[in-house]
Design a protein. Structure first.
Lengths: 332, 295
């Protein structure tokens, strides 16, 4: 997970290079010691003040975030089940994973979901951002309409709507019937159920689109002018100017959306009625984790699953950063 | 560089595409965009209209216009569950209000320290804070549940509100750090020369200037908490404390073919506040996404 920091590294770098205070220079040797003492006490006072501002954050970090992380690592080596003690069982939970067919199924479903929906979603976002950036009149209206699904997409109400739309008598089949096409129960068919969820994620392309739009705005016009003077056509300008200068933002969106997609829960839970069906075809990793932890209360095993999820996400994020060396362009 | 000094870049950038696109081409782009936007929001509009349609039309008519307006779904849906629907709205509102207050207070405090004060381990803490933005809730939810269970907090709103009071939504810390860094430091120094303590500077100088960042935080917190299903599903089982998303899920599980109309009606009720906040605050939302995304 440490790799994530790099995405916003410029900001953190700025914070550490704080300028020296106004009292930093002094040439008189006599006044030096007392001033130094003064400065020391001033900086100590500042640290105490900082502590008072950070107190809630620090408590939260320890009690709500880091503490539970360590606790869940410990629990993953036990058979804890909410009632009774946590008995140390070593690597049993992790060995159990190897024979757990539902776990393997859920990893397969999740990986397919992530690697189909994220590229589609980002391609849509980039495409629309490019069109809107061409100086279209009414940009704020279009932007709002395209952005709206991003805000609503995670809600139960939208998942309910999706379930109806792709149901046997749903909106999609009603529209298909107008063209004399016999539809089917998309959500009740294991071959298509996951695709409807992928479509739901693609539908929420608005927020990466807004980020792309802001990025396109920052490409200086003189690069385009220079390319034009050198005789580059629109396609050439797109591939040689726009895309290279946008790669850091494409990369940022990619990292963010992959991490998000791995954690998708609500849509699959509602659309499949909490079971991940039909035939485990929408059994997201998070759904299986919920099932083990909070339905079966098999909390030791669920903790091991949670850590495996963290490792998987961390691994893909690290891979992402490694690969970025070959295609992300940070200027010279 | 030379061209830049001759003509300011932004105006030229705006002019260039206008000149290139012929009127016909512009019209075609608009038509394509409108068609695409229509497909995007058609399901939403259709659900809105379906909540007013007679029940057989929901399953047979893909158009947006009901043959006649049917209010019954709203009346039926409001009372279809063990509690009247406004109780669920009230429960959701309590959690939302607590979360907004918690995030505004705790995240702005932490943000001020990171943006303006010097203290030991600052770089490391800042890095940890950024890393927690990406930390999946699924990794910590089980020990958190055990912890809150030991406190006797299951089936209360505390597990949903207390973490916000402790600045665990690090995304908002980051957003406000970015914002505070953009404010001129001279203001802090002036207030400190005038005798303000750090808390005085924070409360009298920084906070009033942070209103846009605070608004963004409040709006995002509202939408995310209102939409949140996962943690509410885990911590709240008591029938009296159910929230809007939980109520919708109950409704979905309990219903038969005949109550899709009421289910849609209540879904529209659930989406209404988000839509309202979106209309009122989209300036803040879009700027918030753009700045935290880029910087």
């Amino acid at each position: 997970m440490t790799d994530n920091e790099v995405a916003v590294a410029p900001a953190s770098r700025r914070s550490t290079g704080a300028p020296p205070g106004p009292t930093a220079t002094s040439d008189s040797t006599r006044g030096r010691r007392s001033r130094k003492g003064l400065r020391k006490s001033a900086s100590r006072r500042q640290s105490w003040a900082a502590l008072s501002f950070l107190a809630p954050f620090l408590v939260g970090l320890l009690v709500i975030t880091v503490g539970p992380m360590i606790a869940s690592l410990y629990l993953s080596f036990t058979d804890y089940s909410l009632i009774g003690d946590a008995n140390w069982i070593g690597l049993d939970n992790y060995e159990r994973m190897l024979d757990d067919d539902r776990l393997l199924a859920s990893i397969g479903v999740t990986v397919r979901y992530v690697f189909i929906s994220v590229p589609l979603q980002l391609a849509m976002a980039l495409g629309l951002a490019m069109v809107l950036d061409k100086g279209v009149r009414g940009l704020p209206i279009y932007r709002s309409i395209f952005y709206l699904p991003s805000l609503l997409g995670g809600s139960v109400a939208i998942a309910i709507m999706w379930r109806q739309i792709f149901g046997t008598e749903g909106l999609v089949n009603q529209v298909l019937a107008l063209f004399d096409i016999q539809g089917q129960g998309w959500i009740s068919n294991p071959d298509y159920a996951l695709d409807t969820l992928i479509l739901l994620n693609v539908w929420t392309f608005g927020s990466p689109m807004v980020i792309f739009l802001a990025g396109l705005r920052q490409i200086p016009a003189m690069y385009y002018e220079a390319a034009r003077v050198d005789g580059a056509g629109p396609a050439r300008r797109f591939f040689s100017v726009t895309i290279p200068l946008l790669t850091p933002i494409i990369f940022f969106n990619l990292v963010l959306q992959i991490i998000n997609a791995f954690q998708a829960f609500t849509q699959a839970f509602i659309v499949s009625g909490g079971k991940g069906g039909p035939a485990d075809s929408t059994l997201f990793y998070t759904l299986y984790l919920y099932d083990r932890g909070f339905t079966a209360f098999d909390m030791g095993y669920a903790s091991a699953l949670a850590w495996l999820l963290l490792l998987i996400i961390g691994l893909f994020t690290a891979l992402n950063f490694l690969m970025s060396k070959f295609w992300v362009f940070y200027g010279d | 560089m030379a061209t830049e000094t001759l003509t300011p870049a932004p105006t030229r950038r705006r002019q260039r595409p206008r000149r290139d696109l012929g009127a016909l081409r512009r019209l075609l782009i608009h038509l394509a965009l409108i068609a695409f936007a229509m497909i995007m929001i058609y399901p939403l509009l259709w659900m809105l209209s379906a909540s007013f349609k007679p029940i057989d039309e929901i399953f047979s008519d893909p158009s947006l216009i009901p043959s006649h307006i049917e209010w019954r779904h709203y009346v039926d849906g409001w009372t279809a569950l063990p509690l009247p629907f406004h109780r669920y709205i009230f429960n959701s509102m309590v959690i939302v209000a607590g979360s907004i207050i918690g995030n505004l207070v705790s995240c702005s405090m932490a943000a001020y320290a990171f943006a303006r004060l010097r203290f030991p381990l600052k770089g490391m803490l800042f890095a940890i804070m950024l890393a927690t933005i990406m930390l999946p809730i699924h990794v910590v939810i089980i020990p958190q549940y055990i912890l809150f269970n030991n406190f006797g907090w299951i089936d209360t709103f505390w597990p949903l509100i207390v973490p916000k009071l402790l600045a665990t939504d690090a995304f908002f810390i980051f957003l406000m750090v970015q914002f505070i860094r953009g404010l001129p430091r001279e203001l802090d120094e002036a207030s400190q020369i005038d005798g303000c303590s750090y808390w005085g500077t924070f409360l009298r100088v920084i906070m009033p200037l942070c209103t846009p960042a605070l608004a963004t935080t409040a709006i995002f917190t509202f939408i995310w908490t209102w939409n949140d299903f996962y943690s509410q599903l885990i911590y709240i089982r008591d029938i009296d404390l159910q929230t809007v998303p939980l109520a919708l899920r109950l409704f979905l599980d309990a219903q038969g073919q005949s109550s899709w109309g009421s289910l849609f009606a209540m879904s529209i009720v659930a989406l209404g506040p988000i839509f309202g906040f979106f209309l009122a605050g989209q300036r803040y939302l879009i700027r918030g996404i753009a700045t935290t995304g880029i910087k």
